[in-house]
Write a protein that binds this ligand. Structure first.
Ligand code: SF4
Length: 336
């Protein structure tokens, strides 16, 4: 395992740190390294969060990072959240537990000793209070090897600590939302430039969650193209029930066209004037196709006149039609 900062001395123990790339996960890693533990950072990727910040932060502290695909795990938890959601469609308690479980499988599979997290008692009112931390420990199935270095002294001693694989005496008793102690610790480790949190999670965003809820209710969470498209464009639920996605800029237009190719979408584009790529569910009714074409014209740059609109299915041009613009205010009630 790479950079542990302990020279050639044998490590006290080996383990994995759940690593979002935020300050707390960096500190958890550094606290364990300082006492001679050999740690590997583990980050998770899914359509809702990326390991980009984890990569940067791991490089900043010279830690090895392993990225684990978490797509199936998080989709199943959004479908059936045992402990419910936070403010959006974020099943945080279940998600934490599952991440620790996955890291635990890796640790046990490799004969390592512990899983650590950067959780801080009472830092987040819902997902990091004492009850939630206990629930996570119970659900993850690896409570015996779980260490939370930043708050360990406020939590029950674990088997790993009892066995001396991690020195509880050198773990911390940080609690609450103030970041003062973490900032002092960051100074102790010579960290000056660090993010306060990891990369962010779309599931905590209300608007994004509203759009995802539609897919969830339609049983389409496993349609990964549809899930990934939620990040792009303005989304309209048309009167006939189909969903139209209208690109907001050239970058989005191109990305959406690329993603639509295999997703069974109709692609609607203006010809001869700048305007948005618009995607429409392939099963849309003819009325919704008309509305989507007018919507596309309405967001195109052609004053109040007719706009030539082309409609494609994959690479095949289905038709070209002069189209009357739909005033944007008329479409506003359909905006998700
Ligand atoms: S914010 Fe997102 S990634 Fe983090 S625990 Fe909650 S659901 Fe999981």
């Amino acid at each position: 395992m790479g950079s542990d900062g302990i020279g050639s001395a044998p490590p006290r123990s080996r383990g994995a740190v759940l690593f979002s790339g935020g300050l707390d996960s960096m500190l958890a890693c550094l606290v364990l390294r300082e006492q001679g533990c050999d740690v590997r950072c583990i980050a998770f990727s899914s359509p809702f969060f990326s390991p980009a910040q984890a990569r940067k932060s791991a490089a900043a502290i010279g830690a090895d990072l392993e990225v684990v695909d978490f797509t199936e795990d998080i989709l199943s938890l959004v479908e059936h959240p045992r402990h419910g959601f936070g403010g959006g469609l974020n099943p945080c308690i279940d998600c934490h537990g599952r991440m620790i479980m996955r890291a635990g499988e890796i640790v046990r599979g490799r004969g390592w000793d512990f899983v650590a997290t950067g959780e801080v008692l009472n830092q987040r009112p819902m997902s990091q209070n004492r009850r939630s931390l206990e629930m996570v420990a119970k659900d993850c199935g690896v409570a015996d090897i779980l260490v939370r270095p930043l708050s360990a002294k406020l939590l029950p001693e674990t088997d790993v600590e009892r066995a001396g694989l991690v020195d509880r005496g050198r773990l911390l008793a940080i609690e609450g939302r103030s970041r003062r102690e973490q900032m002092a610790l960051a100074r102790h480790f010579g960290l000056s430039d660090y993010p306060s949190s990891g990369g962010g999670c779309l599931l905590t965003e209300k608007l994004y969650s509203n759009k995802l809820a539609l897919l969830r209710n339609a049983g389409r969470l496993r349609d990964l193209t549809a899930v990934r498209l939620l990040k792009f464009g303005r989304h309209f639920l048309l009167p006939g029930g189909a969903k139209a996605i209208v690109g907001r800029n050239v970058t989005e237009n191109e990305a959406m066209r690329g993603m639509a190719e295999n997703g069974g979408y109709l692609v609607i584009r203006p010809i001869g004037v700048p305007g948005p790529t618009t995607l429409l569910d392939g099963t849309a009714t003819p009325d919704d196709v008309d509305v989507a074409a007018r919507l596309c014209a309405g967001y195109s740059d052609n004053g109040d006149g007719l706009v030539n609109i082309r409609i494609f299915k994959g690479a095949e041009l289905l038709e070209e039609r002069p189209t009357q613009r739909l005033p944007r205010e008329e479409a506003r009630p359909w905006l998700l």
